[in-house]
Write a protein that binds this ligand. Structure first.
Ligand code: HEM
Length: 488
């Protein structure tokens, strides 16, 4: 057997050190790992790279073909997740089905989510998305506060109402704050290479006071956030349900459908709603933050979008979901936002649960498989001039070009783990963008001499990627446009 094993060809990668393998080749999360991994793949002339992290194989996929071939077409063996000790076991997020291992609990949670968030079911939540988009316009018109905070509020408001029928407070809402804490924990604990405990599971039993066991103290803090996120909103929903006050929302429909008599079902229902709350509260806000930067940098794109909005929607009403599918340039902007600086540049890790062979390479059972989403969406053979923000790349003869490769195929992941919130995310981002561009112009902030101050295309390096803080000016297009929505 050893002999056969020795003959098996593994995917290329940097030569590792004895025992430690490639721990020093694994890019730090703060170091734009998608750029580093792409570089490594180029150095080794491969689009499927192998690294050894203390005995665990990491397979990093750098192009579309192997991603689709393995994660989509062979999804029955590529849909597990690694153990994620920090997140699932130490920090108490084991209920989060996004990081749960493949199995019945995960499958049932996904089914529950799909039932509520597939495109047909989503139409019942469109009024919520529209209302919160208008609330966002009012906040922009107020001239107070910063865009990212308004975005987090609008997206948080959507998710709380869709999932639990909870109306959030105008400021400082505790449910939104909880979601932020949860996101921070996920972001910091899942980025490969952060916590040594992932690679050396025996460290899990080191007591928290032991020098170097800072991860345990951190986990204890996150554990409280994890507990709250699972229980607080759900309990609030149950309380209102008992008083006959909770109405149509995800928790309510799932309860109608599945009942709560059975404790296993109730556990799954609670985990499903909490996972959607966790997964849905930040990602779309980051995408929209990217949108504001792109618009401040590209006035011509705004002008073109406004021209289309004026022609299709007119100047006397705001866009609504009746226009969904009929303003192609807005879809082109959404697609380009997903592509230009992908919100999740490196796919959440999948785990291969059987030995497999791809193009003569042996891929070992237990390997952690990741995809460089950023690299696929910047592949020059697919997108000319990939670093430029250019929605027109998706347009042809005034409509969407059916031959342009759609970033949605990649930006939301692959196979059985594909993002279950992708339609909700798309519709949310779409209505927000259409609404904002109908009423406002986004421009550079001017300095004392009336010159636009320099604006940089800089992004944070983290699991969920968004622009670094920047200043821009948001001007209503006219008084008439302001009168299209209620504002204080
Ligand atoms: C622009 C917004 C979004 C982007 C770019 C995005 C992207 C992703 C990606 C790349 C994955 C990993 C898929 C994989 O492992 O193959 C994922 C998983 C997930 N997303 Fe999203 N997402 C977005 C919005 C949302 C929203 C709004 C929700 C909630 C409704 C959500 C809920 C989830 C959940 C629960 C998972 C885990 C799925 C599983 O492991 O089975 N996401 N998302």
């Amino acid at each position: 057997y050893m002999k056969r094993r020795g003959l098996r060809r593994r995917p290329p990668g940097p030569r590792g050190l004895p025992l430690l393998g490639n721990v020093f080749d694994i890019p730090a999360p703060s170091d734009y790992p998608w750029l580093k991994y792409h570089e490594l793949c180029k150095q080794h002339g491969t689009d499927i790279l192998r690294l050894d992290a203390l005995g665990t194989n990491i397979i990093m996929i750098d192009s579309l073909r192997p991603a689709v071939e393995l994660l989509d077409k062979r999804s029955s063996i590529y849909s597990d997740r690694p153990r994620m000790i920090m997140l699932n076991e130490l920090a108490g997020f084991g209920w989060n089905y996004g990081s749960m291992q493949y199995g019945d609990d995960w499958r049932e949670c996904r089914k529950m989510t799909h039932r509520e968030l597939h495109p047909g079911a989503l139409t019942k939540y469109r009024p919520v998305l529209l209302k919160n988009a208008h609330g966002f316009l009012a906040r922009l018109a107020s001239g107070r506060g910063a865009v990212p905070a308004h975005l987090k509020h609008a997206i948080g408001a959507n998710i709380m109402e869709v999932v639990y029928d909870i109306e959030v407070l105008p400021e400082d809402d505790p449910f939104i704050r909880l979601a932020e804490a949860g996101q921070e924990c996920i972001g910091r604990s899942t980025t490969g290479g952060v916590y040594l405990v992932e690679m050396l599971p025996f460290l899990k039993s080191v007591p928290a006071w032991f020098p170097g066991a800072g991860f345990k103290r951190q986990a204890a803090v996150w554990r409280r956030a994890a507990e709250k996120q699972l229980h607080v909103a759900y309990d609030d929903f149950l309380r209102r349900l008992n008083m006959g006050e909770a109405s149509n929302c995800m928790a309510w429909s799932l309860m109608e459908e599945f009942g709560t008599g059975d404790p296993v079902t109730e556990k799954r229902l609670k985990a499903t709603t909490a996972t959607v709350y966790l997964g849905g509260a930040e990602t779309s806000a980051s995408a929209l933050h990217t949108f504001f930067l792109a618009m401040a940098l590209h006035p011509a794109v705004q002008a073109k979008a406004r021209e289309e909005l004026d022609r299709i929607v007119g100047a006397h009403r705001l866009p609504s979901f009746d226009d969904f599918g009929s303003i192609p340039y807005i879809d082109a902007i959404v697609k380009e936002i997903l592509r230009w600086h992908p919100i999740v540049p490196i796919l959440m890790p999948h785990k291969l649960c059987e030995d497999d062979v791809y193009e003569g390479y042996h891929l070992e059972k237990g390997s952690i498989v990741m995809v460089n989403i950023w690299a696929i969406l910047h592949d020059e053979s697919r997108y000319t001039n990939p670093f430029a923000f250019n929605p027109d790349r998706f347009m042809k003869d005034g409509g969407l070009d059916p031959d342009a490769f759609d970033p949605e195929e990649v930006a939301f992941g692959f196979g059985r783990r594909v993002c279950p919130g992708r339609h909700l995310a798309y519709e949310t981002v779409w209505i927000m963008i259409a609404s904002v561009l109908s009423c406002f112009e986004i421009g550079r902030t001017k300095d004392a001499d009336g010159q636009g101050i320099e604006l940089r295309e800089q992004f944070v390096s983290s699991f969920v990627c968004e622009p670094k803080p920047f200043k821009c000016e948001i001007r209503p297009r006219s008084q008439q446009h302001l009168e299209l929505f209620a504002h204080p």
